[in-house]
Write a protein that binds this ligand. Sequence first.
Ligand SMILES: C[S@@+](CC[C@H](N)C(=O)[O-])C[C@H]1O[C@@H](n2cnc3c(N)ncnc32)[C@H](O)[C@@H]1O
Length: 294
Amino acid sequence: MVRSPIDWRNTWQARRQVRIRPMQVTFDPHFGEHGLSDSFAVACCDDFGYGRRALDVLGDQVTPETVTMEIGPGSGALTFPLARRVARVVAIERSLPTVAFLMEKLAEAGLTNVEVRQEDWSELDITTLQDQFDLAICSHFLWQVGDLETHLHKMERASRRLCAVIQPAGRTPLVVETWTAVTGRPYDGRFEPDADLFPYLILREWGRRVHVRTFDYTVERDAAQLERYVTGFIAKHELMTVALRDRIAAHVAPYMRDGRHVDHGQAVVLWWPVPDVSSISRALTDVAESCSAE
Ligand SMILES: C[S@@+](CC[C@H](N)C(=O)[O-])C[C@H]1O[C@@H](n2cnc3c(N)ncnc32)[C@H](O)[C@@H]1O
């Protein structure tokens, strides 16, 4: 295997440090908890259009017989459409409140073919799930991952057929504009969700034939959801006071139309067939050998 001359490992860690930061909100210690119900409400609004479109890209590779593992389901943007299309979903979610929330919403929707397991994917012994699935998939999960190679390797171990990674591409201009308006500083890309280039690079290094497609989706938010959405990003980098929140609210208010803000996004789907186990172990041996040689 030829190792890429691109130093993506350090770049990944540096970008992750900017992306994965706790929010600092002075006026509401429970601010982050709105994220779950807000993201569910937004996804519900167009009957999980983001997840439906992502699965449309995979087409007839996802069938009523497909047994699926989803990593990091969150409030279910992908889980609901998956559950409607496939035989069974095992969803691995670390956060206990999120597991409880998702199980309640799935039960309300009458979807009984999803097993939500409260487990930390990075700690999970993948041999317990080896080759049990036709599809291993994650959506909007990549920035949660410290070690991308191990993540992709575990996905391949879990699936006997297909793996897929879905990741939003580009941040809504309103978040970017608001950042500049309220901080007075230029935008340096700190909120960009784009992470798909990293797994693409790794998988190509491993010799995988990776398919790539983008799709468009639309989300709608009411005024309170929009304000919390934009505030949440900025609160990762600025101490969020009532005064700053009010400036954000004033900045985003003119963008509302008839009580809604409509946002058009794009996302990337990467998918690749899982090779047989012997070639995976060869690739891993290569990685281990070249890491120890560094
Ligand atoms: C950004 S949300 C994505 C939710 C959803 N998949 C979507 O497309 O909108 C990431 C989710 O992954 C979960 N998560 C983060 N790290 C995890 C880990 N190590 N194991 C399992 N779940 C994890 C978080 O709790 C959160 O629910």
